[in-house]
Structure formats: structure tokens, C-alpha cells
Design a protein around this ligand. Structure first.
Ligand code: PRX
Length: 677
């Protein structure tokens, strides 16, 4: 990202600018039971005590061997946390709870069809199933410590079972969001060199049983074309004992997990004693270039951090029933459906389907039936639930003590509805700002200590020290002035590197603001998050949005370059430009501008073909709101497409002065086409 781009987009993003709101205070009832109420925490976690203060987080885990060094920065900015320590994530999420809580529910799996029974999986049952599947992975699939495996599965109890079985063996899992296309799955298989793909035959979404196995065949085919052979495809069954897909199984390659598991009944696999710095998983995310980046998360640092965040920011106690609506295929699901809550011995709800299926009361019926008392979702879902059923929460008898919002800025009006209607005025709210790269929260209020402020995430969580830089890299100390939010110090949940691409890791997140590229001192390597933000008088940060070419659709990241390169695969396309458009429900959606090759006639069918190409290559989540087939792109004299101008047209904003463009007349032509006047 060049400095110039930072300035240009920062200004465009400052559209999200709400007035400062009044505080909301936590109730004495909440404070009375909160995990963290000691105001001294912020003194203890001041930079003077860095990095040792993070041992408070590591102490929440069970270690086979304690660490020799809290932080090894000899390869900065690739850090090793709790170096020399040994532990196993699956042991920490399962085995250590058995002594006192083996009969407690670990996972409530809620199928989308309401007539199907909820599956309540105890910690003991989870232990048995993870061990048996780990045995299958080792003996049938031949996986061993350090191997990578790609998992392309829907929301199901089998997904965390699969992840925890990998963790037990020290196999690095790479979960691909179930809604991503075969092609996106193949890219990740190739990048991580996975020779095993784990999938499920089918799942329910909006009342339909979708064929999922078909994507596995396609992904394996595309991977092979790119030189990565997948020799085993492990297929879980949505209904054990029955195949719910009409796609044939390939002999010698495809294995029904539920069948094969019978050969592993009763197996027990001793957890591998992993080094703290060994990778636990990869999670791919979009960036400024076309190729998704595999964020590599370590074992000890990551697990310590998400456990602490779950305990202190989400206030999870073992007796809580906790429901995070995210998909496990995103980082939120990894950290806050699977690893954090299970490390704390909570009961975690996994829901297969759409929150408003079959009606807008569904989520609240689930909350009522399971006695959910901690709820976690994104502004997109809150907006949709408000639009479809503003009166629904009041009809159900559930009570939340705590609610989280994550993934996008939340408008104060939506925040207030969340607080009064969903939370019934009884729940505290934390607005948690973080990223795939960061493993866990960066900014949020500590719910038992700090008041809430609608529209603001809050200060850095204990241990995180944010600050704001202007486009020249000078710190902005004034309140209310937007700039690039950065973190002064490393933290244990931070990703270790981009899989196989240390150079890109350094370049993307550190190089622009590094004080000395040769330094081994963490103080010289602040982290550039890629978001614009302002700070208020009280030290609360308000996140304004991305400063790079990333669009946040429904709280999920999509790279504009990724969508553009998918469009360019269509033969008739000469140029493609993607811009974010504000959307009432999803926050932002992509608008796609296309200039066709000379002589090609623009038709509705061609626009559809381009849109379908994007869904095929990335997934439906990237489907453009509209494909505009324009006669030419607005360009600078040096030939650069002016995305800012296209963005202004799509959002019905001011296009500004365009007279310096190479082709200013095209702007009005496109404006009339898009705005229909
Ligand atoms: O722009 C920020 C936005 O989501 C981006 C991270 O997306 P992803 O890696 O997919 O992780 C999503 C789950 C954490 C950030 O760079 N974002 C995340 N949380 C918030 C947010 N924007 C405003 N407020 C938030 N609470």
C-alpha cells in the first residue's frame, strides 16, 4: 500500500461519522458476577510491564512444560510467544475439563430444520469423538504433526471435532468458509500444500439441503491442475449412515468418515506435546492483491489470548450458555465458537442455518430453548433481525447478560435497538474491533469496568496499546482526527506470519511505519491494522473502515482486486473496477464496473455471465450488487482507473472535480447510467 493510496481512501471512508453518544453503564448485577472488575488491570498491563503482563493470560491454560521466555523478538516482527513452553490445544479445550465436568454440554448443535432434534454433546462425548477421529486422521489418512489439511465444511458439530482432532495430532488445519466456491477452496489447498481435504456431503441453508460434496470434487480437480494432488477426501455425512449428495464417491480417494470411524471406535490418542510457537492453524483472508493470505496462528500465544478475551471481555463462565452466530469458517468462529469458549469449559451453541429461517423469531426461540445467556453477532445480522422482526425478541423468554458486536462499525441507532430490544435493557454490550490477523480483540470496553458508548469500540483491551498515525507517519494526538490505527506492541494472539511469505507479511503490516527494518526491538515494529479510526477525549477508538482495497461485506473481508481478477477471467472483459456501496443491511456491497473489449456488445446476459464468474471463483458472498457495462473507465492521464469517482457515482455522492481526468466526459455518461437521471 503506498502512502498516497492511504490518503485518498482515508478521506472517502470518513463518511461513517456519528456524533459522540452518552455512556451506558453496566448494571450492578452484571458487575457482581463479572470475571474482571479490578481497575488496576490497566496499570498492570502498562507498557512498562511488557511483555510479562501477558503471563496472566498464559496462566489460564494447562501447560505440559512452562515457557523459558515470554517473548522472543530475535526475528522481529515474527515473534515467538511463551517460547519453549509445551501444550496441546485439544487437551486444553477438552481433556482438562473431564475431571469435574465430563457430563456438561460442550456443544449444542442446532439443525436448521426445526423438527430435527438439537444434539447436546457433552465434554466426555466430545473427547471420545475427537479421539476416534484423530485416530482416523493418523491411521487412515496418514496425517502427522506439521502437515496441513484443508477443511471445507458447513456449520456442524463435526467441524470443531475435526479441528480439535487436528490440534490433538499437531496437524495444522486450514478451514475454508463453507460458502466459498470450489475454486477458492482449491487456491487454499494449493497454497497450504494440503493432500487431504475434509468435507461434508450436504447441509441445510434456508430450508434447502445443499449438495456440498460436489465442491470437493471440483476443488480437487482444480488443485491438481495447479500441481497439488489431493489423495484423500474425507466425507462426513449430514445424516450418519446415509449419503445426502448425488455426487459419486471416487474409489480409492473418497472415504465416508462415519463408516471408517467404526474401525477406530474406542481409540484414544495421546495429545502431541506441541511447542508454544508451533502453528495451530491457517486462516486465509483477503488483502490488497488478488491472492488471499494464509494467516498463520501459533498454539500457545493464540490459545492464551483467545481464552483471556473470552473470559475477560466476553465474561464467559463455565456455567454459561454462549451463542456466537458467526460461521466457524471465519476467524470469529475459530476464536469465539471453538477455542476460547471450550478452553473455558462453557457450552457453545452451533447453529447450522440462517438466523431468520423459517421466520424472524427463530434466533430467539433458540436462545429461549437453550437458555443462552451470552450472545455474539455482527451488525449485519442485527440490522436484518431488526428489519424482519423488530418486535420478535419481546415474544420470547430468554435473558442475555452479555452481548457482543463484531466485524463492522455499528450505527448508534442499531446499537440502541440491540441494547433495548435484543438485550431487553438487561445485557451489557461489547463492540469488539479486531481482525483475522490479530487472533482476538484489539479494542473493546472491559464490560465490568468501563461504560459502553454506542458507535465506539472502546479503548485497547488490557495489554493492547493503540495509537493513530497520519499519512506521513506522524502520530495524531488530537481527538476526533482520523488516521491509520496502529498497535504499539506485539501480543500473543497476533499471527506469526503469512504462510510461506514472510516478505509479504512484513511489507503489508509493518514496513510503511517501521522505525528501523534491521531492529530486533519490538518497539520499532508497530502493527499497521489497515483501518481508519479516530480517538475521543476518553481514549475510546471509533473505527471508520478500511484504508486499503478491502470491502467489508456483512462483516466479511473481500479484496477488490480479488473480485476484479475473477471478472477478468471472462473473455469479453477488458477492464474491471470494484467499489464499495453502502447497504442498509450488509454495511457495504461491491458494485462492479466493466469496460468490454472493443467490438463486444454489452448485454444483460453478459453482465450475468460476469456476475456468475465471480460467484464461481469466490463464492456468492462476493456477488456484485450490479454489474455496470460502461463504455470506458474514468482514468487519470497516466491511465489509472479512478475508483474514487466510480465510488461516488455508486453511492450518489459528489464526484468532485474531474476536469483533470483524461476523459472527463465519461463521468457524466456513467452517472446517468447508474443513477438513472
Ligand atoms: O475493518 C475492520 C472491520 O473488519 C476488519 C477485519 O475483518 P476480518 O479480518 O474479516 O475479521 C472480522 C472479525 C474480527 C477490520 O479491519 N471490523 C472488525 N471489527 C470491527 C470492524 N469495524 C468496526 N468495528 C468493529 N467492531
Amino acid at each position: 500500500m503506498s502512502k498516497q493510496e492511504v490518503v485518498e481512501t482515508t478521506e472517502a471512508q470518513i463518511a461513517v461519522h456519528w456524533k459522540e453518544e452518552d455512556y451506558y453503564y453496566p448494571s450492578s448485577k452484571f458487575i457482581g458476577q463479572a470475571n474482571l472488575t479490578d481497575p488496576d488491570i490497566f496499570d498492570r498491563f502498562s507498557l512498562d510491564n511488557f511483555p510479562d503482563y501477558f503471563t496472566e493470560y498464559a496462566d489460564l491454560l494447562t501447560w505440559y512444560k512452562s515457557w523459558d521466555e515470554v517473548l522472543d523478538s530475535s526475528d522481529a516482527p515474527c515473534y515467538k510467544w511463551f517460547k519453549g513452553g509445551k501444550l496441546n490445544a485439544s487437551y486444553n479445550c477438552i481433556d482438562r475439563h473431564l475431571k469435574n465436568n465430563k457430563n456438561k454440554t460442550a456443544i449444542h448443535f442446532v439443525p436448521e430444520l426445526e423438527q430435527e432434534r438439537v444434539d447436546h454433546i457433552t465434554y466426555q462425548e466430545l473427547y471420545v469423538r475427537v479421539n476416534e477421529f484423530a485416530s482416523l486422521l493418523r491411521k487412515t489418512a496418514g496425517l502427522k504433526r506439521g502437515d496441513r489439511v484443508t477443511i471445507h465444511m458447513p456449520m456442524s458439530a463435526e467441524l470443531p471435532i475435526t479441528m480439535l482432532a487436528c490440534a490433538r495430532l499437531g496437524v495444522i488445519h486450514s478451514v475454508v468458509f463453507g460458502g466459498f466456491s470450489a475454486s477458492a477452496c482449491a487456491d487454499r489447498i494449493v497454497d497450504s500444500n494440503s493432500r487431504v481435504l475434509i468435507t461434508m456431503d450436504a447441509y441445510y441453508r434456508a430450508g434447502k439441503l445443499l449438495n456440498h460434496k460436489v465442491h470437493a470434487d471440483e476443488a480437487v480437480r482444480i488443485s491438481a491442475e495447479q500441481g497439488q494432488v489431493v489423495d484423500k477426501v474425507l466425507v462426513w455425512q449430514r445424516y450418519p449412515g446415509k449419503y445426502s449428495s448425488d455426487t459419486p464417491m471416487k474409489g480409492g480417494r473418497d472415504i465416508f468418515v462415519n463408516e471408517e470411524l467404526k474401525n477406530h471406535y474406542g481409540a484414544r490418542i495421546a495429545p502431541e506435546q506441541m511447542l508454544s510457537e508451533d502453528p495451530l492453524f491457517l486462516m486465509y483472508t483477503s488483502g490488497t492483491t488478488g491472492k488471499p493470505k494464509g494467516c498463520q496462528h501459533g498454539t500457545g500465544g493464540y490459545l492464551a489470548y483467545v481464552t483471556a478475551m473470552s473470559k475477560y471481555i466476553q465474561d464467559i463462565h463455565p456455567e454459561d450458555v454462549y451463542w456466537c452466530m458467526a460461521d466457524i469458517g471465519w476467524i470469529t468462529g475459530h476464536s469465539f465458537i471453538v477455542y476460547g469458549p471450550l478452553a473455558l469449559c462453557a457450552s457453545s451453541v452451533i447453529y447450522e442455518g440462517v438466523p431468520t429461517y423459517p421466520d424472524a423469531g427463530r434466533s430467539w426461540r433458540i436462545a429461549q430453548e437453550l437458555d443462552v445467556n451470552i450472545f455474539h453477532t455482527a451488525p449485519t445480522a442485527i440490522r436484518a433481525l431488526r428489519k424482519l422482526g423488530p418486535e420478535e425478541p419481546a415474544k420470547y423468554n430468554y435473558h442475555f447478560k452479555h452481548m457482543t458486536t463484531v466485524g463492522e462499525p455499528i450505527e448508534p441507532a442499531v446499537w440502541k435497538w440491540y441494547e433495548s430490544a435484543v438485550g431487553k435493557g438487561e445485557a451489557i454490550i461489547v463492540d469488539t474491533w479486531w481482525q483475522t490477523e490479530t487472533g482476538g480483540f484489539l479494542c473493546s470496553t472491559v464490560p465490568g469496568i468501563k461504560p459502553m458508548k454506542p458507535g465506539s469500540a472502546g479503548p485497547g483491551v488490557p495489554g493492547i496499546h493503540p495509537f493513530i498515525l497520519d499519512a506521513d507517519g506522524i502520530e495524531i494526538k488530537d481527538v476526533g482526527i482520523a488516521g491509520n490505527i496502529c498497535i504499539q506492541n506485539p501480543w500473543p494472539g497476533m499471527f506469526q506470519t503469512i504462510w510461506g511469505d514472510r516478505e509479504r507479511f512484513v511489507k503489508t503490516y509493518f514496513a510503511d511505519i517501521c522505525r528501523d527494518p534491521k531492529s530486533k526491538d519490538w518497539r520499532d515494529w508497530p502493527y499497521l491494522a489497515g483501518d481508519a479510526a479516530t480517538m475521543a477525549e476518553d481514549g475510546y477508538f471509533r473505527i471508520l473502515g478500511r484504508i486499503d482495497d478491502v470491502i467489508n461485506v456483512s462483516g466479511h473481508r473481500l479484496g477488490t482486486k480479488e473480485i476484479e481478477s475473477a471478472a477478468l477471467v471472462v473473455e469479453e472483459v477488458a477492464e474491471a473496477a470494484v467499489v464499495p456501496v453502502s447497504d442498509e443491511i450488509k454495511g457495504k456491497v461491491p458494485d462492479l464496473y466493466i469496460a468490454l473489449k472493443t467490438g463486444v456488445v454489452p448485454t444483460e446476459a453478459l453482465a450475468r455471465k460476469i456476475s456468475d464468474a465471480i460467484c464461481d471463483q469466490i463464492g456468492k458472498i462476493a456477488k456484485p450488487r450490479k454489474v455496470w457495462l460502461v463504455p470506458d473507465m474514468p482514468k487519470t492521464r497516466s491511465g489509472k482507473i479512478m475508483r474514487r469517482v466510480l465510488g461516488a457515482i455508486s453511492n450518489r455522492g459528489d464526484v468532485g472535480n474531474v476536469m483533470t481526468l483524461a476523459n472527463p466526459e465519461i463521468v457524466e455518461e456513467i452517472r446517468i447510467m447508474v443513477q438513472d437521471k
